[in-house]
Design a protein around this ligand. Structure first.
Ligand SMILES: [Zn+2]
Length: 218
């Protein structure tokens, strides 16, 4: 039997919350996320467990079964494709697409979604930068470039490094460029390709040797 909207929303939020830790999702965290009572969450979890969509053990939280995960990823795929469609073809603003996509994501027709995906040219990211899984449920690898190739003015975040020497790592730490740290590329000097970034509201200068060894989100 197909799931209801509410059930699909639970699966989606369990999936998203489960990405934030490797433990099961607590019913309290879910209740907070869904803005509902913990007792309603427990009732719904039992229902989902009976449908073999989640595993639930008291005190250990909720995890998705393979079947539950498949549904959750499919909802995320539909949500993000609809956001692209709304923004690019119906004139909705960035700030408006999410709410409408919350409804559209529950339309069941797989043919509709496949045609939407094709019509949009198989986009890999939604308007907020969220990766769009393909019809098999595989997420695209996050797009990344070397910091010395990033467009000036772009907001980005550190995704990795190509230089692993201890002194380089120490330098990264000293300037505050940890993995996942967000910054903005303010300027690139043509004469030596050194860059200036804004990090936590402060300007930081990086040599070309440093910039070319850092992978950042594109
Ligand atoms: Zn959204």
């Amino acid at each position: 039997m197909a799931q209801s909207f509410t059930e699909e929303n639970y699966l989606k939020h369990i999936y998203k919350l489960s990405k934030k830790s490797d433990k099961g999702v607590s019913t309290n965290a879910l209740a907070e996320r869904l803005d509902t009572k913990a007792s309603s969450v427990t009732d719904m979890i039992k229902k989902l467990a009976a449908k073999k969509l989640v595993n639930y053990q008291k005190y250990q939280g909720v995890t998705l079964t393979n079947k539950g995960q498949k549904i959750a990823v499919d909802i995320i795929r539909k949500h993000r494709l609809w956001e692209v469609f709304l923004l690019e073809h119906l004139g909705f603003g960035w700030d408006e697409v999410h709410e409408v996509a919350e409804e559209l994501e529950h339309i069941k027709s797989a043919t509709l979604v496949d045609r939407l995906d094709k019509f949009l040219g198989h986009p890999k990211y939604d308007p907020h930068g969220g990766p769009i899984p393909d019809s098999e449920g595989n997420f695209p690898a996050p797009a990344r470039v070397k910091l010395d190739e990033l467009e000036v003015g772009k907001q980005s975040k550190v995704m990795g490094i190509t230089e692993h020497s201890e002194s380089f790592l120490a330098y990264m730490k000293k300037v505050g460029l940890d993995l996942g740290v967000e910054f903005k590329l303010m300027e690139r000097h043509d004469f030596d390709r050194s860059v200036e970034i804004e990090l936590n509201g402060k300007p930081v200068q990086l040599s070309h040797d440093v910039a070319k060894n850092i992978f950042v989100a594109y």
